[in-house]
Structure formats: C-alpha cells, structure tokens
Design a protein around this ligand. Sequence first.
Ligand SMILES: NC(=O)C1=CN([C@@H]2O[C@H](COP(=O)(O)OP(=O)(O)OC[C@H]3O[C@@H](n4cnc5c(N)ncnc54)[C@H](OP(=O)(O)O)[C@@H]3O)[C@@H](O)[C@H]2O)C=CC1
Ligand SMILES: O=C(CO)COP(=O)(O)O
Length: 339
Amino acid sequence: MQKVAILGAGSWGTALAMVLAGNNHDCLLWSHRNDQSNEINEHHTNKKYLPNTMLPSNLKATSDFEEAIKYASIIIIAVPTKAIREVCQNMTAHLTEKKLFVHVSKGIEPDSLKRISEMISDEVPAEKVDAVVVLSGPSHAEEVVLKHPTTITVASENMIAAEKVQDLFMNNYFRVYTNDDVIGVEIGAALKNVIALAAGIVDGLGYGDNAKAALITRGLAEISRLGISLGAKPYTFSGLTGMGDLIVTCTSVHSRNWRAGNMLGKGLTLEKVLDEMGMVVEGVRTTKAAYQLAKKQQVDMPITEALYSVLFENIKPKEAVDILMHRTKKHELEDYKTF
Ligand SMILES: NC(=O)C1=CN([C@@H]2O[C@H](COP(=O)(O)OP(=O)(O)OC[C@H]3O[C@@H](n4cnc5c(N)ncnc54)[C@H](OP(=O)(O)O)[C@@H]3O)[C@@H](O)[C@H]2O)C=CC1
Ligand SMILES: O=C(CO)COP(=O)(O)O
C-alpha cells in the first residue's frame, strides 16, 4: 500500500484516483476549488466531471495545495497542459524531499515546443525529483470508472520507477505496460488529439468511414515522422500510445477532441465550441505547437497544417479537406523507401 497525491480533480485525475483507491492505496485528490473538494469529501461525487459516478469512500480530497504536496512521495500531475508550469512552480516551495512524479497530461506547449516531462524538468529542481514517469494510452475516464478493460503504458528513462508505477495501477481491469521511449509516448499522446479534432471535423462534414480511416492512417504517418525526427523509437507509434490512442480518440463519442471537431465540422465557431465543451480540448493548443514544431523540424505534416488553417486562419473545414485531397501525388511509404 502506497500514499499518493493526485493534483487535478477533473475527469482524468478523479478516474485515476478511483483506480488507486480501489487498489487500496491512500489517495489524496487535490482540487484548486474548495467547493469541489468539499463535494468529493461530503457527497463522494464529482458531478461536473463524472456525472452518475459514486467515488469510493476511502478517496479523500483537499484544496490545500501544501497538504497535498506533503502527503506523499508519489505525486500524480493530472492538470491540463496549460496549467503544468503553474502547478510545478507552486509546488517547489513545499518540496522538502525527493518525489516520484507521474504525469498523465497530453499536450505540447506552443512557442517553447516542450513536452510535459520537459516542462516538469524546467520547473522542479532536479534535487527534488526521484524520477518522472508518463502514463498514457487509450483510456477514456468515462470507461475507466466503469471498470471496463483498459490498457495503458508507463514510460520513463528510469525503468525501476516505471515498474513501481506499473505495480501501483495494475489490477484486473487496468493493465499497464512499461516502455522506455518517453519522447515517443509523449509525442503520440499529444499529437493524437490533433488528428482526433480532424476526425471529428470529417464526421461533422458528413463524410464517412473511408475519410476517418484515411485520417487515422495518414495521421499516424505524420505523427511518426515528427516523433522520429525528435528521437522517438519508430515502433512506439504502433503501440498503445500511438495507434491505440489514435483509434480510441478518433472513434469515440467520449473524446472531447473528437466532439469539438464534430461541432467545427457542423459549422460552429471555435469560440462557441470551446464554450460548449466546458472541459479541456487539448488538441487546439497542441495544433499550434505541432504546426510550429513541424516547421522547426522540417517535417511534412499536411493534416496538422490543414487543421491549423481551420483553427487559426479562418479556412472553412471543407476547403481544408479539398486542399488535402489535391496535394501532389506521392509514394505511400515515402519515408520508408530507403529502409
Ligand atoms: N479525460 C480523459 O479521459 C483523459 C484525459 N487525459 C489528459 O489528462 C489531462 C487532464 O484532463 P482532464 O482531467 O480530462 O481535464 P478536465 O477538463 O476534465 O479537468 C481539468 C481539471 O484541471 C483543473 N485545472 C485547470 N486549470 C488548473 C490550474 N491552473 N490549477 C489547478 N487545476 C486546474 C480543472 O479545474 P476547474 O474545474 O476549475 O476548471 C479541472 O479540475 C489532459 O491533458 C488530458 O488530455 C488523459 C487520458 C484520458
Ligand atoms: O486521451 C484520451 C483518451 O485516451 C481522452 O481524449 P479526449 O481529451 O479527446 O477526451
């Protein structure tokens, strides 16, 4: 039995806290809102993020940040990408010993073009870091809380830490694999949200399964190209955090990215879509970051470019699809012809 603090009481932080509490670990879930931590402690619910779900009575919450940081030597960071730096900066003053950090967020920061583990390393002093582990894979919170079979990956440069996190989460419905390719896992996690937005758009436009399959397959090709240019291992992209997460996010109504894309395809403005969602749609910011990263790495990412033009340059979704379909002809395995 371990003590674990989870930072961020949205859908995913709460669902993971439920897995850990169910595994009999002592969990403290931190919310930055007092009303939410009270709701969890008093009513065992988190209605905004997981309606119809009863939380286990051994899952405790707090809105006292210092209490959460001091509670455990394992800290799970489950806030959206845009809040990672702020949470890590605020944490530093309360760190009196080394901690094992596990992050579960899926994004890349625009402009700095950093992955989540790089942002954590920027903000948390190295002498306070035991190890950084990323947990990622095809896993909608809505299905995890129903204990539906789910497989996921933990990746770290420190395999002993990765195995410790594997043991922490593993149970009969939550199966955890290890991987040492942190770059590949984080790039797959972040970029699948870009492709899921595009998949939602083609569904919103009324196109069919052919278009969806094309996006998933060619999306994986451009994600892999970018990841490999950054040092990722090619096979990681055919695994859970690559193809696996692409499938689940591009085809599920649970996906906020797919749902946001679907509304865009039906003609709603980005502002209206984000207003309606009320939860994080990571793919929007990550599209900007991926667009910038592709330029920096000189990697061809046509789907990302098309989505960028829809989100930030007022190009109509249908026009973006037409542009994609009229690109110059090429060999399907262009990148692999020399292998
Ligand atoms: N939901 C899922 O199924 C999965 C999500 N993920 C990833 O997990 C990460 C978190 O997503 P998810 O939980 O779904 O997001 P949600 O939108 O469901 O919840 C986000 C939570 O973070 C809180 N928050 C926002 N900003 C801050 C801040 N500055 N400081 C502290 N807390 C903050 C929100 O609080 P408030 O209510 O006040 O806005 C809310 O509790 C994302 O990167 C996502 O891609 C990964 C796998 C599955
Ligand atoms: O990452 C997820 C599933 O693996 C959740 O995706 P969304 O953020 O699109 O809901």
